[in-house]
Write a protein that binds this ligand. Sequence first.
Ligand code: COA
Ligand code: AMP
Length: 636
Amino acid sequence: MMKYNSFYSESIQDPEGFWREHAQQLAWDRFPTEIVKKAPNGANHWFADGELNMCYLCVDRHVEAGHGNQVALYYDSPVTDTKAHITYRQLYDEVSRLAGGLKRMGMEKGDTAIIYMPMIPQAIYAMLACARLGIIHSVVFGGFAPHELAIRIDDCRPKTILTASNGIEVQKIIPYKPFVDEAIALANHKPESVVIYDRKLGVHIPKHDYDIDYDTLVKESEPADCVRVPSTHPLYILYTSGTTGKPKGIVRDTGGYATSLKFSMKYVYGVDEGDVYWAASDVGWVVGHSYIVYAPLLNRNSTVLFEGKPIRTPDASTFWRVISEYQVKVMFTAPTAIRAIKKEDPEGLLLKKYDLSCLKHQFLAGERCDMATLEWTSEKLGVPVIDHWWQTESGWPMLANMVGVELQKIKPGSAGFPVCGYDIHIIGADGQPCGANEEGYVLVKQPLPPGCLLDVWNNTPRFVAGYLERFPGYYFSGDGGYKDEEGYLYITGRVDDIINVAGHRLSTAEMEEIVASHPDIAECAVFGVHCDLKGQRPLGLAVLKSGTTIASKDLEKEVIHNVRKEIGAVASFKQLLVVDRLPKTRSGKILRKLLRNIADKSEYPIPSTIDDVAIIDEIKQVYRLHNLGNFKQQTT
Ligand code: COA
Ligand code: AMP
């Protein structure tokens, strides 16, 4: 077995040589001669003169090599009581015909398409059909409301939107098509068409002039061939929360991404071709893009598409059933999902009903993993449980225990070591390196390895300002962390206004804008507080306009409704407290961190003026009434 240290060093000392070699694992239409170069916006362009097609690598190539009968997709939907085994040959038929349909609709390389679909095979067919033609897809998570969808429509200006009649959340029907119609009505940009997959679950589908029926389109179309694209051609735009109210469209390339994903399956996850791999996420998030769809298919794995929850579909044994039924070798989920299971089945009795001997490694990511969750999972599953760290921007793991290279001792609380290609540094606000166990910003020295973001769609200044400018020569991850004496890295959380609720990345600035727009609210603050199940949850504090008489409960109800309507249920915004005043700095900035620390029972500095002390006392009173905080003060 190759040793991690030498393998990692090789990737940092000779990035070009290292990634040239690993790029050879792909079937390029034209193998690159240029390996990495700096683009005008400061991003790295990997394999710029190479040409390839992602769909070909994920589908056609495996059929051509005689693996057409291997299962590509295990679709398991406890919410509809449906299971389907889709082979690579069937995947080829579905995807190439849908691509033929898109072509017939006049879609071509460089166009954009939004995919707003639940966890059904058609979502994957749609992604791959776009990739087949060089159409840049933007998948929008189904938990986002029409207003959020409209923002994305206006930003990426899709020629078409692919959607479905409905989604199902446990038992609740989510009306996707009406949401799409509402979003189009709200948006300034009007797509030419909406392709609707009717799930035939008896849900009413409102009709519109721009509608195209998915099944008819596929039935009436001839298969389309793959279109060669340059390595730096955008495969997709994936919107993620930033520190302002407006989400940012992370742009991913094709060749660098394919190289890094293929590499990661072998060396990070320890998965061989033909194995079964399961990422229990949603195609609307980066984990879904990379590890439900592209990486396992590139690596000729069988991937599991699970339309359910870790609990309530029907109970806390569902994950264990899926692992055992499909012989999953490696699984990936968020710590929240494990916490939900643990809460329902603390002794792990449900787990004992299944033979899980197929499982070799359990990976966790998406949010900070608390030690109790990691320890419970290792004890119950009896396999190494690997916490690893990455983000939408990177597209693949940045910190991990690279089990395909060498399994290192696991330290609960740590997300492991830098993955090959990532030269990670902990730097203080003064730009100086931090010592062992000293917390600072987590930065990556340029060049970033293949697969990381190319730009922010339509907004290069935001890309430069958000990621590159703050610490020249480094990529700014937005996370804080530290390194211990043995080189293990620990991620302590975001250093900005982004919060992580049940593994979902959300912007408190966006929520704050919605809360502030209520006519009775003079000013407000929204910040993340600790939640035993979801890791964090948003909490709002509001000061009323003078003379307002609205009852706090009514105000809370209205504001919760507004956030749900504008962002979506996924925001999990469920609490708004009315206070008399908010603590501020001398320049008028609300002290959100202080408010959060008091609510989270963390230590906090004693306010400097008598007035500040009085404001904090008032807030503490309100928290006390709602069972928040323990008001311990730092004495220095
Ligand atoms: N479409 C529509 N609505 C959705 C949705 C989707 N795809 N996903 C979530 N929602 C809704 C939920 O129905 C819920 O609505 P409600 O307030 O009306 O009940 C709300 O958004 C919050 O959903 P969620 O955060 O999933 O909370 P939950 O209480 O329903 O479930 C967990 C709790 C822990 C079981 C769940 O959050 C979970 O499975 N977490 C793991 C997340 C994960 O895998 N993240 C991937 C990142 S790697
Ligand atoms: P997203 O872009 O939605 O994948 O969210 C990325 C953010 O989630 C990171 O910037 C971190 O703040 C957080 N995150 C992801 N994985 C981990 C982890 N293993 N430990 C701590 N935080 C994590």
